[in-house]
Design a protein around this ligand. Structure first.
Ligand SMILES: *Cc1c(COP(=O)(O)O)cnc(C)c1O
Length: 404
């Protein structure tokens, strides 16, 4: 249960305080309960716990105090009723689908999704006769109408990410929520890119929020984790029921790392946003750069929607260099500081070439359709000094000019 006593407090206070339950030891910091099971006072108590007649811990696949601290803290930050922690972001999506869908059901999902999510929907859930129709995010003012045309009698779930990765397309969450409601479906929003520090989809009408704790929530690249946050306690019970039996649970150690990560989320996201905004404007002025994709720029086609539903524009941007793959690789290979890795949501900046990594398995036609050109470079801005990052990129941009 979200800690009711913290509801009156502001975001930053809840990020630091919500979910903590002090033990009789009086520890100031949150402890880590590394235990697989729990002992009972006697056989009668064990029987009562197993029969759900008495609340309390039984086994860490069911409940763990450190995991609960993380869950209550994140539920509080997302403005949700309940949070269910999972082993990874992907297991958060899988557990949600296993709990809420059955064979013969249909999903409408954004085409602009994390690659593994597309694979999960098309190839894994597809084998269990759960079909997915993918629809692109093109224009927030007309997307809902195109999504409506994809809805069938058996559609139970609409699934999207906003901003999407790597081109930062924005979905209008309130209009998608209305669409879901009208068609007796649940709107699920993957909120990895923004985190609750910048966007709270439940307050915009979404039913369920998905997180990869691996990204900004931990924020320091230390572990895997995931979470599902719901508005409706009944939906939460269904998801929790699958989790405790099927077992894709979060480790208590990872829960502790990510709960501690939440304490600095607000400050980190402000710095990630400020850095990305400055670098986006800097890159826009470079002669070697044809286009910069960042929702904070007025040139971004979905800028107004982002400004309406987000309190910051995020730490991720993509830019297209003239000269295709060779030029993009030259920029990446000239870096000495920025990490060449496909991950994001870390204090360390990362750079990647989507066309040959995260989107490498798409056919050339699918890549063109998704707007992933050969000259596209994605930058996830960390917390290093911005002048150092600019110098690291400038070397590669100059290499392009000299190569021509
Ligand atoms: C990373 C990511 C996931 C999957 O999370 P894991 O923790 O790697 O399983 C899902 N959605 C988005 C948007 C992501 O970036």
């Amino acid at each position: 249960m979200a800690d009711v006593s913290f509801r009156e407090y502001a975001f930053q206070t809840r990020a630091v305080r919500a979910g903590q339950v002090r033990t009789p030891e009086g520890e100031h910091n949150e402890p880590i309960f590394m235990t697989s099971s729990y002992v009972f006072d006697n056989a009668r108590q064990a029987a009562a716990r197993f029969a759900y007649e008495e609340p309390g811990n039984v086994y860490s696949r069911f409940t763990n105090p450190t995991v609960r601290t993380f869950e209550d803290r994140l539920a509080s930050l997302e403005g949700g009723e309940r949070c269910i922690a999972t082993a990874s972001g992907m297991s958060a999506i899988l557990t949600t689908c296993l709990a809420l869908l059955k064979s013969g059901d249909h999903i409408v999902a954004s085409r602009n999704l994390f690659g593994a999510s597309v694979n999960l929907f098309s190839n894994i859930l597809g084998r269990f006769d759960i079909e997915t129709t993918f629809v692109s995010l093109v224009d927030p003012s007309t997307d809902a109408e195109y999504w409506r045309r994809a809805i069938r009698k058996n559609t139970r779930m609409l699934f999207l990410e906003t901003p999407a990765n790597p081109l930062t397309e924005i979905a209008d969450i309130p209009s998608m929520a209305t669409l879901a409601q009208t068609h007796n479906s649940l709107l699920v929003v993957d909120n990895c890119m923004c985190t609750p520090a910048l966007q709270q989809p439940l307050s915009l009408g979404a039913d369920i929020v998905i997180h990869s704790g691996t990204k900004y929530l931990d924020g320091q690249g230390r572990c895997l984790g995931g979470a599902v946050v719901t508005r409706d306690p009944t939906v939460a019970d269904e998801i929790y029921g699958v989790l405790r039996t099927a077992g894709p649970c979060m480790s208590p150690f990872n829960a502790w790392l990510i709960a501690k990560g939440l304490e600095t989320l607000h400050l980190r996201m402000q710095a990630h946003c400020a850095g990305a905004f400055e670098l986006a404007r800097w890159l826009e002025r470079k002669p070697q750069v044809n286009r910069v994709h960042y929702p904070g720029l007025e040139s971004h086609p979905h800028h107004e929607t982002a400004a309406r539903q987000q309190s910051g524009f995020g730490g991720i941007l993509a830019f297209e260099v003239a000269g295709g793959r060779e030029a993009a690789w030259a920029v990446i290979d000239a870096t000495q500081l920025i990490s060449v890795t496909a991950n994001f949501g870390d204090v360390k900046s990362t750079i990647t070439h989507p066309a040959t990594t995260t989107h490498g398995r798409l056919t050339p036609e699918q890549r063109v359709e998704a707007g992933i050109g050969e000259g596209l470079v994605r930058l996830a801005v960390g917390l290093e000094d911005l002048e150092d990052i600019k110098r690291d990129l400038q070397r590669g941009l100059e290499a392009i000019s000299n190569g021509r």
